[in-house]
Design a protein around this ligand. Structure first.
Ligand SMILES: [Zn+2]
Length: 156
């Protein structure tokens, strides 16, 4: 949808502009100049959803690449992965209260859990499902094949 009129004042003279958007995650503050539409009459600023999504994805990548593991970073990454705390707990075979304790920094998250969460968040950014499917398979071992298993190794 392309906005053509200001929702606030009904002006039809929206102008291309840039807007500094910011996200605070724990001790970090991320900023980016995003393309926007600005109403010259009332000053209202409209940010396109894809640009906001790209900014949030960039924050996710920056957190993972920095190895951030504080509670706020873990909460951001979990949400970036599209997971509720209970979902993540089930995937990692811990209690939901454990995830809560990591995110409130009542106890440190094990590196393996931070790794898994970062991998899930990055996979979500890049539209990949393999890491989530792998954890789901681990959580449901009855789905694993047993006995003689014929594999198709032709190039896909
Ligand atoms: Zn306006």
């Amino acid at each position: 949808m392309t906005l053509t009129r200001c929702v606030q004042c009904d002006s039809d003279a929206l102008c291309d502009a840039t807007h500094e958007e910011a996200r605070a995650v724990g001790p970090r503050r991320f900023t980016a100049q995003l393309p926007a539409l600005r109403c010259p009459r009332c000053g209202e600023v409209y940010l396109p959803g894809p640009a906001v999504g790209a900014f949030d994805d960039a924050v996710t990548r920056a957190l993972v690449e920095a190895g951030a593991s504080d509670g706020d970073a873990l909460r951001w990454l979990r949400r970036a992965a599209g997971l509720r705390a209970a979902d993540l707990a089930a995937l990692l075979d811990v209690r939901p209260e454990t995830v809560s304790r990591w995110e409130t920094e009542a106890s440190p998250a094990p590196r393996a859990a931070v790794y898994a969460l970062g991998t899930l968040a990055l996979a979500s950014v890049y539209g990949q499902t393999a890491p989530l499917e792998r954890l789901r398979a681990l959580a449901s071992p009855t789905a694993a094949p047993e006995g003689a298993v014929a594999l198709d190794v032709r190039a896909a």
